[in-house]
Each structure stands twice: as structure tokens, then as C-alpha cells.
Design a protein around this ligand. Structure first.
Ligand code: SAM
Length: 269
């Protein structure tokens, strides 16, 4: 259990990520090296996009022309992946909790007119107003967030902004068992496969594919459900809950009847 209020936890996240960004932003974004040239650093972003986006264009674009798509990136850091996204999609909107990361990302990507980077409050996308997006993406961000409530708040807000049927592809820590400080902003909260499915159902998504459960690289494909489908899922879950309650009541009634008739048998014997 955290000793901090949600506000204190957000403030700690922002403070610590600003400190990391001031100390060595690129290292804390990608710890494979302490020093990065521009070329090396942004090449790793191209690799991430080659692995996670270019191999998956059917799910991401769903027949749309990527140059006509608007995409969202949560936790853009120093713009490593943002730059690669901007080479593929029409418009990229990116947010990050750290003002210093945002400053550095804006500086590095200033020449890309289709990139818009904002500092956000660390828990939702209200800074982007009523923007609508066709695809949302996040990598190496939720694995650092200590609060599951904050992660859920982001997922709910992506649901608000994403077009129906659209994909939110993101990575979380997939090992929920390791010991960690509940306010640690480096080792964040982990999700089991079951928790990930529950999370999707609660927030209006279909958790169609999942990869890497039990590892740090647990990738989730959450497709935004249509209203009719979401209603049907909620109805079905309600029906299943009622059925389980009825079964439990019936089992309890049978058990108490068996116990009382056993008592009568003993008495008469
Ligand atoms: C390891 S870096 C990864 C940056 C980028 N996703 C990449 O792969 O290059 C993690 C980033 O997540 C940001 N971050 C951490 N907690 C956040 C939160 N609650 N909301 C938004 N951004 C957050 C940090 O400021 C940092 O820039």
C-alpha cells in the first residue's frame, strides 16, 4: 500500500522523471548505453517501430492510409519513437509527464510539422481536449508507473479518444509477483494475464491479442468496442454473476438441508 496520496504520487513521478531527464534523458529512455549520438538514439526508435508497428499494420491501420491517420503516443520521453512514428503516420500527438523530456523531444523534432508534443498531468489525456485518434501506442512507460489506477485512467481516456474499432497497443510489466516499493517510479505495477483481460473488459476494450505474459515485455492489443458490443459484454458478465450467485445460494440451501436431515437421522437413531 502506498503511503502517498494520488496527488503526491503524481508529483513524485513528475519530479523524478524531470530529474532523470536533466541528468541524462537518453540513458533513462534507453539504458543500453550511457551516451547516445542523435543517429544511434533515433535508430533505436526506428527499430521499435519496425518491430511493433510495421509488422502489425493490418491491426493498426485496418485498411486506412497511414498518411491520413492521427496517432497518439503516451510517454514519448525524448522523442525516440515519436520521430519514427512521424515518418509513417499523418499526424502524431505525444504526451509526457516530464516537462524536461517534453522540452528535449520538442527540440529534437522541431522540424517535423506533423508532430505535436505536450506535457500532461501524468494520469490522463485532458491536455489534448476533444482530439480523436485512429491508433494509440505506448512502450516502456506503464512499466514505470507505480499505480494501477493511473494506468487504468489512461486506458479509459484512450477509449474516449480512439475511434470505434481502433487499436490501443501498449506494453506493461507482465510479472505482478516481484517485490517493489509501492511508490517506486522506476519499477512500476505488474499485471497478470487475467488482470489484463479484466482491465480491458472494464474499460470497453476487446483484449484480442496478448503476448509476453509473465515477462517485462507484456504487450496488449486492446481494440475499442462498439457500443452495442460493449453493452452485450456487460449484459453477459451481469448474467454470469447472477448465475454464480444463484448457484452459490442453491449449494448453501442444499448443504443446510443435508445437515439438518443428518441431525434428524442422528436424533431418531
Ligand atoms: C523509459 S522512458 C520511454 C520513453 C519512450 N516511450 C521511448 O520508448 O522512447 C519513460 C517515459 O515515460 C514518462 N512517464 C513516466 N510516467 C508517466 C506518466 N504517469 N505519464 C506520462 N508519462 C510518464 C517518463 O517521463 C519518460 O519520458
Amino acid at each position: 500500500m502506498s503511503d502517498l496520496s494520488p496527488e503526491q504520487q503524481l508529483a513524485k513521478m513528475q519530479r523524478e522523471w524531470d530529474q532523470r531527464a536533466l541528468e541524462n534523458a537518453r540513458f533513462f529512455v534507453n539504458t543500453a548505453q550511457t551516451e547516445w549520438t542523435d543517429e544511434e538514439f533515433f535508430r533505436t526508435g526506428e527499430c521499435t517501430v519496425a518491430e511493433q508497428i510495421l509488422t502489425d499494420m493490418i491491426n493498426i491501420c485496418q485498411g486506412r492510409d497511414p498518411r491520413k491517420m492521427r496517432v497518439l503516443e503516451i510517454g514519448c520521453g525524448a522523442g525516440r519513437v515519436t520521430r519514427a512514428l512521424a515518418g509513417i503516420f499523418g499526424e502524431v500527438y505525444a504526451v509526457d509527464i516530464s516537462g524536461e523530456m517534453v522540452r528535449q523531444a520538442r527540440g529534437a523534432l522541431a522540424r517535423l510539422p506533423n508532430v505535436h508534443i505536450e506535457q500532461n498531468n501524468g494520469q490522463d489525456l485532458s491536455v489534448l481536449g476533444n482530439l480523436r485518434v485512429d491508433f494509440a501506442f505506448s512502450t516502456i512507460v506503464f512499466q514505470h508507473i507505480p499505480s494501477k489506477a493511473v494506468i487504468e485512467s489512461y486506458i479509459r481516456d484512450v477509449h474516449r479518444m480512439l475511434r470505434r474499432g481502433g487499436l490501443f497497443k501498449f506494453q506493461v510489466q507482465g510479472d505482478p509477483t516481484f517485490e517493489r516499493d509501492p511508490d517506486d517510479t522506476w519499477l512500476g505495477a505488474g499485471f497478470s494475464d487475467e488482470e489484463a483481460v479484466e482491465l480491458a473488459l472494464r474499460t470497453g476494450f476487446d483484449p484480442r491479442y496478448r503476448h509476453g505474459a509473465g515477462t517485462q515485455d507484456f504487450w496488449l492489443w486492446f481494440f475499442r468496442r462498439s457500443l452495442a458490443r460493449q453493452r452485450a459484454v456487460l449484459k453477459w458478465r451481469h448474467f454470469k454473476r447472477r448465475l454464480a450467485e444463484r448457484r452459490a445460494r442453491l449449494a448453501a440451501a442444499i448443504a443446510s438441508q443435508t445437515a439438518s436431515s443428518a441431525g434428524r437421522d442422528n436424533h431418531s437413531g
